[in-house]
Ligand binder design. Structure first.
Ligand SMILES: Cc1cc2nc3c(=O)[nH]c(=O)nc-3n(C[C@H](O)[C@H](O)[C@H](O)COP(=O)(O)OP(=O)(O)OC[C@H]3O[C@@H](n4cnc5c(N)ncnc54)[C@H](O)[C@@H]3O)c2cc1C
Length: 274
């Protein structure tokens, strides 16, 4: 932290899988006198812990997607485990950190819809001490966050939910692919709540509150069931929450349809009986 206090504009380097690409492709310049603070070997950032009383998991920003993809983290946070398994290749997952994914804040970042659906809390350490905020407040736009100069993202905290949760993504192929559309659905059975977050279909990750409210009101919670008409309505409300763009990967219309299909599939998996 002392290095960042001394050089608040320093580049923080974690796994380098975003940063080095940006530098190599000259999206980000590295002037000769620029300071780079490498956090890869900071043990506190690589640690994670369960708080059984609060029913939360705190993941240090430096926890890699390789670690998140396997038990015990993948069993505690199944949707995040699924998202982690879709990130790049084994080599990328061994280096890529959840903190780097979050600070890059690409709308296609695979971990981010899960953090949004689970209402994760972000923890930052800066010259003025520690501050925490909801992940939805942290992600402010395309590759833009509420992080201030000199701040280190230290951790994200996620709730341990009792209920089905899952992540799904559409890309141009099955592996090593950036999401064209993605979605995370998480059910909180005791609270009878359904959370849905969408990726790659807006400047940053969005929740779909109308779809969530519809599902909460329509699901037969005692039977764990929802009929096909309800699933279709939920999916169409999810698509309405998207504001996608046309780009070289997909048209806006394709993205909207993809996210509709993903949301419907996830809800059907959560409530398989009709
Ligand atoms: C071939 C390839 C395939 C990829 N595939 C995917 C994919 O399928 N899905 C996906 O989501 N991403 C993918 N990525 C992007 C990348 O791997 C992820 O975004 C990854 O999580 C970034 O983590 P990192 O530790 O490598 O970040 P870095 O590159 O080290 O850092 C990224 C940004 O975060 C900042 N930063 C990092 N840690 C901190 C911290 N603790 N505090 C403050 N700032 C910090 C850095 O300064 C930088 O701005 C891919 C990248 C490559 C090269």
């Amino acid at each position: 932290m002392a290095a960042l206090d001394e050089h608040p504009d320093a580049l923080v380097l974690a796994g380098g899988t975003d940063l080095m690409v940006a530098i190599n492709e000259a999206h980000r310049s590295l002037a000769g006198d620029e300071t780079v603070v490498s956090v890869g070997r900071v043990a506190e950032l690589r640690a994670w812990a369960v708080d059984p009383a609060a029913r939360t998991v705190r993941l240090g920003a430096g926890v890699t997607y390789a670690e998140i993809a396997r038990p015990p983290i993948a069993e505690l946070l199944p949707a995040l485990g699924q998202a982690a398994r879709t990130v790049g290749s084994p080599q990328i997952r061994n280096a890529a950190t959840i903190g780097g994914n979050l600070v890059t804040c690409s709308p296609a970042g695979d971990g981010l819809p899960v953090l949004a659906a689970l209402d994760a809390t972000v923890e930052l350490l800066g010259p003025d001490g520690v501050r925490t905020m909801a992940v939805g407040e942290f992600m402010t736009g395309v590759k833009r966050t509420a992080r201030r100069p000199g701040e280190l993202l230290t951790a994200v905290t996620l709730p341990l939910l009792d209920g089905w949760q899952g992540y799904a993504k559409v890309g141009v192929r099955n592996a090593m692919v950036i999401a064209i559309a993605s979605s995370c659905l998480a059910v909180d059975l005791p609270m009878r709540s359904v959370r849905l977050a969408l990726g790659s279909v807006a400047p940053t990750i969005v929740r779909a509150p109308a779809a969530e409210a519809f599902a909460e009101a329509t699901v037969d919670w005692d039977a764990g069931a929802l009929d096909d008409v309800g699933i279709a309505r939920f999916a169409s409300l999810a698509a309405e929450a998207a504001s996608p763009i046309d780009d070289h990967r997909a048209s806006a219309a394709y993205r909207r349809r993809a996210v509709e299909v993903l949301a419907g599939r996830l809800l059907r998996r959560a409530f398989p009986t009709r």
